[in-house]
Design a protein around this ligand. Sequence first.
Ligand code: SF4
Ligand code: FES
Length: 340
Amino acid sequence: MAKVTIDGITIDVPDGTTILNAARMIGGEIVPPAMCYYSKLKTSGGYCRTCIVKVTKGSEKDPRPMPKPVASCRTTVMDGMEVQNITSPDLLEARAGVVEFLLLNHPLDCPVCDQAGECHLQDLAYNNGKAETRYAFPRREFERRDIGNNVQLHMNRCILCYRCVKVADQLTDGRVHGVINRGEVAEISTYIDNVIENEMSGNVIDVCPVGALTDKTFRFKSRVWYTKPVDAHRDCDKCCGKVRLWYKGEEVLRVTARKDQYGEVEDWICNTCRFDKKETSQWTIEGPSKISRDSVISANHYESLQSLRKATKEQLANALPHGEKVQAGQGALNPNNQKQ
Ligand code: SF4
Ligand code: FES
């Protein structure tokens, strides 16, 4: 076991644990954001640098601090290590720089992007970024491409986190999807227009932290905050069959895997469950999904609307005797009408 202190909170973790996972064991605000690490995908992490932390003490044996911020998803803890994340202003400044780099080529098309409302880059920019960019050059642009019948790649929005490549590598046979070129011209490719037809290929949609890989059966049907997520399951011989159905009224607009608090899928689902089962009768409904209070999706719950309506009615009922109407100038906001 190793003892590590993150932002003043000490925890014992098994040897070999990364700083990021040690922080996740503590939980809460001190957990660094992660745009490319994905605990369910082997060898993920190390590409985006959003998870950087400051190591102020290397270990009990060698207490020297590390000279530069390190990627917490790729750095394992040492016994006695001390780490700063949200308690270091320098580190937060460095992370703001990382966010600025990630946004260099990312289009400002949130109003028309299907991922808006559940986009990790939006959250990252909101929590860790700055309001302005210093970049003055045109952003790079690509044609949209279909990856199979149900997935579309909009490379302009890609941050090259490699998660979808790991999915193609680790979940599907005979990989036909990867990154070609390097630097400014690097792009996700399907080795030139081979489609991914594997049963698990739809999972690239769920792992993509931005709106680069989207579900063609859902595109432009609704803003995510107008939909209601419900957990459901079915007997499936290809995957776990445990999904989240996104309703608008009585219609299932899309099916996704269930995600945990870090936005990672709990279990992979197959394309049949994702694209071909959009009738309520095909599922056993478990109940409304638990959505984080901070999420934009929870902002639109009917319950809060109902309670607001009830409170307003009560207020009105208390304010005026039944049937009495207020004339202009008689209202309670007019200072002349204030009770003494
Ligand atoms: S398409 Fe999405 S998942 Fe794939 S590398 Fe780009 S941002 Fe990551
Ligand atoms: S999450 Fe650690 S480098 Fe991307």
